[in-house]
Design a protein around this ligand. Structure first.
Ligand code: FE2
Length: 233
């Protein structure tokens, strides 16, 4: 059965946070929580009577600070992060093909999709793919910092994500235009950066974006490598 996650939005960084739970289940997983939304997210979990099994990160973010460490302290959840993202305090260092189990029979499949960062992961659950900054709605994450590679991103999207079933729901880590969800079929056909574009053309397009540095990169990346906690903790 396909299920939808609970999608929560951070207006400051345009970040989506997701809560995954199945009907009748008491355990949940949260993906990419944001520091200043800690109480909002805790309130959601409490309102729904959910206990948090895992806090997942899709990568070490450069544009906001995670609340993974605080959520872990508050709820007893385990932190699960991509092994290639340099986040040593997390209990689970995920590699491609790992399966995260929670509730009675829920399974999240871990897919390594380098490109936005070398360690970036996507997560598959019940017909949904949580794509982080690898694949955005009608776009993709930038590849010009944090060990990014436009070649790797192209290969991750076209060889892995676009091979998922067409009706797989795409839930990105960000949207800047008010969109909230897409499908693999739509993105394969219409994504402005990746649909019907050669690898060489994509690499050239990404090289010419000339984006300003992320506003918070110097603060956010070191913080996120410690799950958003001060380094003394
Ligand atoms: Fe990112």
């Amino acid at each position: 059965m396909n299920l939808h996650p609970i999608q929560l939005f951070d207006a400051e960084s345009s970040t989506f946070t997701y809560i995954l739970c199945a009907p009748g289940e008491k355990q949940a997983v949260i993906i990419d929580p944001v520091d200043h939304n800690f109480q909002r997210d805790v309130d959601h979990l409490e309102r729904l009577g959910l206990t948090l099994a895992y806090v997942l990160e899709t990568h070490a973010h450069a544009d906001h600070v995670t609340s993974a460490g605080r959520l872990r302290q508050h709820t007893g959840a385990l932190a699960a992060v991509p092994s290639g993202c340099g986040i040593p305090p997390a209990e689970l260092q995920l590699v491609d093909g790992d399966v995260i189990r929670f509730g009675a029979a829920e399974e999240i499949r871990v897919v390594h999709t380098p490109g936005h960062t070398a360690g970036s992961m996507c997560y598959l659950w019940r017909g949904n793919v949580f794509t982080g900054d690898t694949l955005l709605i009608n776009g993709c994450g930038r590849t010009d910092f944090q060990s990014g590679s436009s070649e790797a991103l192209y290969d991750s999207v076209t060889n892995i994500l676009f091979k998922l079933p067409d009706d797989t729901l795409v839930w990105p880590a960000h949207d800047y235009k008010g969109q909230s969800v897409s499908t693999i079929g739509w993105e394969r056909q219409h994504n402005a950066r990746l649909a019907n574009r050669s690898r060489a053309d994509f690499v050239e397009l990404m090289a010419n974006l000339k984006l300003p540095p992320p506003r918070m990169i110097d603060i956010a990346v070191p913080a996120n490598r410690n799950l958003g906690l001060p380094h003394s903790v």
